[in-house]
Design a protein. Structure first.
Length: 77
């Protein structure tokens, strides 16, 4: 199954801000290039975009958890 890896190290966020809904949830259909979260590095936020289209079956990283370069964040079906 395809995965979506983190392009850089930082903190993974599933929502654009604490008072907004998540970008996507498990079970959602997504398209290639769709934003699924943010990676924050030293107060700079970079969108994490889907590398393929499919259904998000699982997030491998909790919201507000640290990720490293190449670490898989989500699994697609």
């Amino acid at each position: 199954m395809p995965t979506i890896p983190s392009p850089l190290p930082g903190v993974f966020y599933r929502r654009p801000s604490p008072d907004q809904d998540t970008y996507v949830s498990e079970g959602d259909q997504i398209t290639e290039g769709q934003t699924i979260g943010l990676i924050e590095v030293m107060k700079n936020f970079t969108e994490l975009k889907a590398t393929a289209a499919g259904t998000v079956t699982e997030f491998l990283v909790d919201d507000e958890s640290e990720v490293s370069v190449g670490q898989d964040v989500a699994v697609l079906e």
